[in-house]
Design a protein around this ligand. Sequence first.
Ligand SMILES: [Zn+2]
Ligand SMILES: [Zn+2]
Length: 170
Amino acid sequence: MPEDSQKSGCCAPDGGSGEKRLGWREYFMSVAHLISRRATCTRGHIGAVIVRDNNILSTGYNGAPSGLPHCNETNCRIYRSVHPDGTVEENCVNTIHAEINAIAQAAKHGVSIKDADIYITASPCIHCLKVLINVGIRNIYYDKPYKIEHISELLRLSGIKLVRVHVENI
Ligand SMILES: [Zn+2]
Ligand SMILES: [Zn+2]
């Protein structure tokens, strides 16, 4: 048997691919990115994964409520709102955000998500953050920053942690 037989092929520590094994955080964030590809709101594709003890409890992506027309079949319906700092926000009235859909899926199936973490492909809006606090999420891992200045005070007051996990090539 060749001397380097343990270093290549399926039995090698890296599966023979030469690639470094994914860490848990990168693994769950990669799953969140994959899930975002099911999103239907044309304004943005977001995925979310709720995790505890390295197990996936629930997932969600942004889109219309079940059975209703999705934005990619009709059109986004945009509404504008003004944040207290004066910045104008635009959101789609058809769409449930990915993290709320993940919470809804857990509720529908009776899965407790207390003390879990959530991985989201973008940092949460202030409305979703309020709900994440109340369902007992401990850590929020996000990839792309989205108006973090709007949630900084709520993060500080709540003690919930927001940590960036960036993954490439998804
Ligand atoms: Zn939309
Ligand atoms: Zn949101």
